[in-house]
Structures are given as structure tokens and as C-alpha cells.
Design a protein around this ligand. Structure first.
Ligand code: AMP
Ligand code: GLY
Length: 425
């Protein structure tokens, strides 16, 4: 069986690596992949990323299943295109992907279906947005409407920060709108609590929950500094107790899947709910993503014991009610190694050395890497994710950081405290 993974990050490396270990030993192509997927002998990179060309490739190579990693091709309609050509693909349609691609769509959808989330208002008009901020006061949250890779969100602890964020997002005058769609801003109530990532597989109707996880969004230790795509993650998330899990399924996930189906936009694909869990155990949706998390996928795939291909087959066949997923009881933890100057303007082309061999309880997943004359060099902001298993979070941490000690590239940055929220729980 031939399978195609679309994307080039650590998430796609982890998915492809796990898929290649399915008992039926599928042939796994990764488009375009990275130096890590190039070096795995079971995987094959294909230098393609345009959706129509990918569909041609899937036809030529008789690819029986395609799985899409990143949000951009999903929001661009790759699933619509593949399905129109009779190709099997796991992911949401362009319409369903609006749960991530339009914050305004997601917030209105949640309001229609009584799905718990922060109170919000949407503005295209500057003066009205500033007035709303003055009326509600700080802390308050300002979000650009549209895909912004986590960078379009400002959690403003004071009014000056909130007003400055509005000035940045909304065009200076309505008489001279910038090219493209008019900018819109979503202003939200500030939520207090602990965040977790709750990721499920959806077949349009049935839901299979994956193991819980948590990531670390800020660049620096102690959750300080600018937001990033994620500097590390671990699974399970102790904050997702059985009660929180049940409540999330009942109040967020199932109403979302039923609501999308009822509105004629059935959701298929991975669905990621970013949760805010309050001290009293109530759960609110911070955001939806229409895909797996990165780096959450890396520890989740380390822990998955079930046959991933079989899970995906059930998902595309609308049979997720007939299968369960089994997880390694150990903790998995991934530490991201980022390039110099990430997240602003990462420097590229630094040579990487000291990459360890993988073992039963560790694997280095690549993200921004490429091969250049037999060497591996940095080629993106997040470069590697060193992922380990351990009997507890401390042991998984110890293993990850001792592997990192061997890895070198100029300007390498990483957090020393991945997993800190899970310690002491
Ligand atoms: P988002 O892109 O919507 O996930 O937001 C990025 C990050 O901003 C989240 O992971 C939270 O840490 C933070 N955030 C977003 N919305 C809120 C909110 N309403 N209250 C508190 N923090 C938030
Ligand atoms: N790690 C957060 C995300 O994938 O959006």
C-alpha cells in the first residue's frame, strides 16, 4: 500500500515514521519532507507541494491514502481537490477548515452551538474596536482574523498594549484599505487557567480521542518571551484528568462534530481543541486547529502503540466507532531545538552535527532541516524535536536533555524546562 504525507515539519516526520512501522509495512512518501525524512530508509521524499501536482502524483503512484499535516493546504482546499478526483485523503474540506482559518467563523459557530469559549466581539472598524477595549479594560485578548501561526494573538495585560495591537492589525484608514480582504480583529475576554491540547480523529460523525498533551508556546524558560509555534511538548497532560476528558468530549468535541454535520459541513480529519482548564475544572475552547499539533504530534506518535494505518483507514471509511487506540503507559516528551533568531527571522544554513541514533525510547524528528553536499543544515525556525519516552516526566526529560548535549549547530536555542508544568502533579 502506498501512503502520502503532505508537509515538511516535525509533525509530518513523526506521522510518517509511525506509519512506516504499521504491521502491513506501507510505502510512505513525504512531500516535500525534510532531511530527517530523507534519511529514514523506509521513507521517500518527493519534491512536490502544489496540490494539483500532488494529486497527479497520487494517481500515478496509486497512492491509496493521503494525510495532510499543515493547515495552509487544508484551508486552500486540498481535500476538496483530491476528493473531486476520486482520491482518498484524510483532512477537513476548505469549508470545515474554517474552524481554524477564520477565528470569526469559529467563534460564531461556538456561539450557535453553546460550546464554551471566551466571550468575544469582531470589528473591522478601528474606532469601534478601540472603544470596546476601553469599555472592557485589561487584561484582554486581541486576535487577527485569519491564519497567523500563533503570531496574530496578543494577550494584553494592560490597555496600552491592547490599543497598540489594534493599531497594528487594523488598516490605518478605511478609505485606503490594504490589498486583499479588509482586516478584522476578534477581541476576547481573557481566560485564566492551564492550557492543554486535546486532539481527536473525526470521520464526519464518530470521534476517536488521541492521548492528551501540552505544549510550551513561549520562546524562553518560565513561559516568557514571544509566542512561537511551540518549543516542546509532552504526553499525557496531567491536567487532563478523566473528568476533564469526559467534560471536553461532552461539552466541546461532540457538539462541534454534531454542529458541523448539522450545518452541512461534516468535519473529517484531525481536530485540535486548545483548552483552557480553569481551577474549578471547567473547560473552555481557546481555539480550534484543523490538524495535528506541532510539536504535540511528536510525543503522541512516540506513545501510539496501535497501528496508525488501521486508525486512518477506519477514519476515511467512517468507522471510527469500531476501533480503539492503545498508548504506551510511559510519558513522552519532545524538546524543540530552534535556529538562531527564531521566532523573528531565523538564520538558515547552519551545519548540524552530533545527531544521535534513534532507539526504542528516543527519536530525533526533523523540521527545518535540509541536506546540502552530504551535510545536514538548518532550513527553518524550528529545526529538530528530540523526543523521548520515560517511566515518568523527569526520566523522559533527563533522556532528552542528555541527547541534546551531543547536538550542535551555531545559534541553537532551546528551553531547559520542557515538562515543568507536569512535574509536581
Ligand atoms: P490562539 O492562536 O488563539 O491559540 O492563541 C495563542 C495563545 O494565546 C493561546 O495558546 C493562549 O496562550 C493565548 N490566548 C488566546 N486566547 C486567550 C484568551 N481568551 N485568554 C487567555 N489567553 C489566551
Ligand atoms: N503547538 C501548537 C500548534 O500546533 O498549533
Amino acid at each position: 500500500m502506498n501512503v502520502l504525507i503532505v508537509g515538511s515539519g516535525g509533525r509530518e516526520h513523526a506521522l510518517a515514521w509511525r506509519l512506516a512501522r504499521s504491521p502491513s509495512r506501507p510505502k510512505v512518501f513525504v512531500a516535500p519532507g525534510n532531511a530527517g525524512t530523507a534519511r529514514e530508509h523506509e521513507l521517500e521524499n518527493v519534491a512536490l507541494s502544489d496540490p494539483a501536482t500532488l494529486a497527479d502524483f497520487a494517481e500515478d503512484k496509486r497512492v491509496q491514502l493521503t494525510v495532510v499535516g499543515p493547515e495552509a493546504p487544508l484551508a486552500g482546499g486540498i481535500v476538496n481537490l483530491f476528493r473531486a478526483r476520486g482520491l482518498r485523503i484524510f483532512g477537513p474540506t476548505r469549508e470545515a477548515a474554517q474552524l481554524e482559518s477564520s477565528k470569526d467563523f469559529a467563534k460564531r459557530f461556538m456561539a450557535r452551538h453553546q460550546i464554551p469559549t471566551a466571550r468575544f466581539a469582531t470589528f473591522a472598524d478601528r474606532a469601534a474596536a478601540h472603544a470596546h477595549v476601553d469599555e472592557h479594560g485589561a487584561p484582554i485578548v486581541i486576535k487577527a482574523d485569519g491564519l497567523a501561526a500563533g503570531k496574530g494573538v496578543v494577550v494584553a495585560m494592560d490597555l496600552a498594549t491592547a490599543h497598540a495591537a489594534l493599531d497594528r492589525i487594523l488598516p490605518p484608514t478605511l478609505d485606503a484599505p490594504e490589498a486583499g480582504a479588509p482586516a478584522r480583529v476578534v477581541i476576547e475576554e481573557y481566560l485564566e487557567g492551564e492550557e492543554a491540547s486535546f486532539i481527536v480523529m473525526v470521520d464526519g460523525k464518530n470521534v476517536l480521542a488521541l492521548a492528551s498533551s501540552q505544549d510550551h508556546k513561549r520562546i524562553s524558560d518560565g513561559d516568557r518571551g514571544p509566542n512561537t509555534g511551540g518549543m516542546g511538548a509532552y504526553s499525557p497532560a496531567p491536567v487532563v484528568t478523566p473528568e476533564v476528558h469526559a467534560r471536553t468530549m461532552r461539552e466541546i468535541i461532540l457538539p462541534t462534530v454534531r454542529g458541523m454535520a448539522a450545518e452541512g459541513i461534516p468535519y473529517t480529519g484531525f481536530l485540535y481543541a486548545g483548552l483552557m482548564i480553569a481551577p474549578d475544572g471547567s473547560v473552555k475552547t481557546v481555539e480550534f486547529n484543523c490538524r495535528l499539533g506541532d510539536p504535540e504530534t511528536q510525543p503522541i506518535m512516540m506513545r501510539l502503540k496501535s497501528d496508525l494505518l488501521e486508525l486512518l483507514e477506519h477514519a476515511v471509511n467512517g468507522r471510527l466507532d469500531r476501533i480503539e487506540a492503545n498508548w504506551d503507559r510511559r510519558v513522552a516528551l519532545g524538546v524543540v531545538l530552534a535556529a538562531a533568531n527564531y521566532p523573528d527571522a531565523p538564520r538558515l544554513g547552519d551545519e548540524i552535527s552530533g545527531l544521535p541514533k534513534s532507539s526504542e525510547d528516543s527519536h530525533v524528528f526533523h523540521a527545518g532541516t535540509r541536506e546540502s553536499e552530504g551535510r545536514i543544515v538548518t532550513a527553518g525556525g524550528r529545526v529538530l524535536c528530540v523526543t523521548t519516552l520515560g517511566d515518568n516526566i523527569r526520566l523522559a526529560q533527563k533522556r532528552a536533555y542528555s541527547l541534546i548535549d551531543e547536538i550542535r549547530f551555531a545559534g541553537m536555542q532551546y528551553r531547559r524546562d520542557i515538562g515543568h508544568r507536569a512535574l509536581g502533579r
